[in-house]
Design a protein around this ligand. Structure first.
Ligand SMILES: [Zn+2]
Length: 223
């Protein structure tokens, strides 16, 4: 009983004094819905397009961050990629990546979160995976805070953080703390069904938003 009272007191105290967002500027988070036409990303086993789910979760994440008083920049808000030139798919994808890179490094935002769905040849593989950019050491704390919040969403979801490979263009180019969240596997039937549902997309968005909040509070232990 005593422990519960202390815990509640501490929790309420922390909420009451949570000062980080009372200043006028607030933190700015870039929410990047991965891919976008003509780049659909991965395809689920029942035909679900990754880019579409990325966008839905990103929109939900954006709404939740705004509720928590963060400023949000979305890299894309429609099914279309943000290419500004190019004729072939390859050229459009290149232009799209350059435009996203510009948003990351020229918007003055504090952190960058890229939202993706995973796919693997082994259909039994499931769960979330968070990658961090090696360019800024803070990205590890950010990625870990998000990972902690995602753990309860799947069974046996204990995958540790991974360094983003150099081949992941935006993770390689980002000059602010950046991480890439693979929210689940479209190649796994159960994950895919969950990721397609509005309710589960809400849960994922809430988990990521809470992880971001934990990161800015420097508070990854308390849940
Ligand atoms: Zn992807």
């Amino acid at each position: 009983m005593t422990i519960v009272v202390i815990y509640l007191t501490v929790t309420l105290y922390k909420r009451a004094v949570k000062p980080a967002f009372s200043d006028e500027k607030g933190y700015t988070v870039i929410v990047d819905a991965g891919h976008g036409n003509p780049d659909g990303g991965a395809t689920g086993i029942s035909g679900t397009g990754e880019s579409e789910i990325n966008l839905k979760i990103s929109q939900k994440l954006s709404a939740k961050l705004k509720e928590k008083c963060y400023n949000v920049i979305m890299t894309r808000e429609t099914e279309e990629g943000i290419y500004s030139e190019g004729n072939s798919i390859k050229e459009k994808k290149l232009s799209d990546m350059h435009n996203r890179e510009r948003i990351i490094n020229e918007s003055g935002a504090d952190i960058f979160l890229s939202i993706h769905m995973n796919s693997f040849s082994d259909a039994s593989v499931s769960g979330a995976q968070v990658f961090y950019s090696v360019n800024r050491v803070e990205a590890i704390a950010l990625a870990e805070a998000v990972r902690q919040r995602l753990i309860p969403l799947y069974e046996k979801n204990d995958r540790i953080l991974k360094e983003a490979p150099k081949s992941v263009y935006l993770m390689n180019k980002a000059k602010i703390p950046a991480c890439l969240v693979e929210c689940g596997f479209l190649s796994n039937a159960e994950n895919e069904a969950l990721l397609m549902s509005d309710e589960y997309q809400e849960k994922i968005a809430e988990a990521i938003a809470s992880g971001i909040d934990d990161y800015f509070k420097g508070d990854t232990d308390e849940k």
